[in-house]
Design a protein around this ligand. Structure first.
Ligand code: URA
Length: 301
């Protein structure tokens, strides 16, 4: 192929790709300054007769919505993977394929390894993609980081018991976190720390996309930090919020205490509160509730 023909072919391919992105609802794209420069060289001439390039060129001038940003931020971003992916991009895909697209988006987001330098594994989520109930925690801890799966440590064991008390198994529900990597601890120190607002904000789009794919009947938000991430609110009082329904993306959301809180505060009254929240979830999803389940904590404490 002659060089001019190759250039024209590449130009048409890029223009077609931009058209597809625009049709999918993408309104912004981060490109390296080199790419912007190269594209600008390809601006069609006034006498351009090719219908595709004329149309796109006109559309780009009319609609700065698909503007190419070559500002400092774009330089900083260095790759197209940091483009925020709209849920619509997942339309038409099976749930498994949609989740795989999200997983790959997370893995190719280069900002995340910069934020979570010590994390060993990305902890995506696990369970039934057709789950009616989705449990969402805050962030992986050391155990989850090691195994690449959410809620496999001590708090996870208690979550399993809570799920079993509802008459379900882990494989019946979907479990994930707002934050997809373990927040770094200083070298040599143990334990886990609360994710920063930046860490929550960077990961929030992904959990929202997971929700959009799974479309559960009910979401259970575990603990204040998960709720801060999900509701995009800087501060949440879980004591005030728990037990009353909220809505997230049109889906009923039940805030409740994090199982780790119950591990540290073993009082029957706090356990009873969580159980009452879960009973509300069972009721909302039309699950059968036995007399025994109804009375679980009634005669205790
Ligand atoms: N705590 C969380 O919020 N998520 C986990 O996966 C484990 C502990």
């Amino acid at each position: 192929m002659a060089q001019s023909t190759t250039s024209a072919y590449l130009r048409e391919s890029v223009i077609r790709y931009l058209e597809i992105c625009e049709n999918l609802g993408q309104r912004e794209m981060l490109l390296s300054p080199e790419t912007v420069e190269a594209l600008q060289k390809f601006q069609p001439q006034a006498d351009e007769t090719n219908p595709v390039s004329s149309r796109v060129s006109a559309s780009m001038q009319r609609q700065p919505s698909l503007a190419i940003r070559a500002d400092e931020k774009a330089q900083d971003a260095r790759d197209v993977s940091s483009v925020s992916m709209e849920s619509r991009k997942l339309d038409g895909l099976s749930k498994a394929a949609g989740l795989e697209v999200i997983r790959q988006e997370i893995l190719s987001n280069r900002r995340l390894p910069e934020l979570f330098r010590r994390a060993q594994n990305m902890v995506f989520g696990t369970g039934n993609t057709d789950a009616r109930i989705m449990f969402i925690g805050e962030a992986p801890g050391a155990d989850e980081d090691r195994w690449g799966e959410p809620f496999v440590g001590a708090a996870g064991k208690l979550l399993d018991k809570m799920i079993a008390a509802m008459g379900l198994e882990r494989k019946d529900v979907y479990i994930c976190n707002v934050v997809k990597y373990r927040p770094d601890m200083p070298e040599g120190s143990r334990g886990n720390r609360k994710p920063t607002p930046e860490e929550l904000a960077q990961c929030r789009p992904y959990v929202m996309q997971q929700i959009a794919v799974i479309r559960p009947e009910v979401i259970v938000g575990l603990g204040a930090t998960a709720l801060e991430g999900l509701l995009d609110q800087p501060r949440v009082s879980i004591t005030r919020l728990r037990g009353s329904w909220r809505e997230l993306d049109g889906i009923p959301l039940m805030p409740t205490f994090h199982p780790a809180y119950l591990l540290h505060n073993d009082s029957i009254s706090e356990k009873r509160k969580v159980w009452e929240d879960l009973l509300q979830v069972m009721e909302k999803t039309g699950m059968p509730i036995s007399e025994k389940q109804l009375r679980f904590f009634k005669n205790k404490g």
